[in-house]
Write a protein that binds this ligand. Structure first.
Ligand SMILES: [Zn+2]
Length: 119
């Protein structure tokens, strides 16, 4: 038995691997029939074997496809509107940031060469 196993390092590694695996599974799209994790683009669930339809990244039952597609589309539109709003909010500040940032950098550089770098 190696020394590092004595200190529970191997246990820690195993726990980490299991946790990573579980996190990866929980980030996967859920099967609409059994709720289990499924791979993107699979036409059948690997847990229950039922058919899955895909609306973008969202898994749904084949009968519900158009409904879920509409929901996904409207959510994407909302996201786009929210993004545009936040961009518009920061636009005037961005302009002033660049107007103040670059002159101050130049002034600092000039000051540095003039007073600090005295040979
Ligand atoms: Zn399933």
């Amino acid at each position: 038995m190696e020394l590092w196993k004595l200190f529970g390092f191997s246990n820690y590694l195993q726990n980490k691997q299991i946790k990573d695996h579980l996190i990866a599974d929980s980030n996967k799209p859920k099967c609409p029939h059994c709720g289990g994790p499924s791979e993107l683009g699979y036409t059948r669930c690997k847990n229950c074997g039922q058919k899955i339809a895909w609306a973008g990244h969202v898994a749904c039952k084949p009968g519900n496809l158009s409904k879920v597609q509409n929901k996904v589309r409207s959510r994407e539109r909302e996201d786009r509107i929210r993004q545009a709003r936040s961009d518009a909010r920061w636009k005037p500040y961005k302009k002033w940031f660049w107007r103040i940032y670059w002159p101050s950098v130049l002034i600092l550089l000039w000051w540095f060469f003039k007073y600090v770098l005295v040979f």
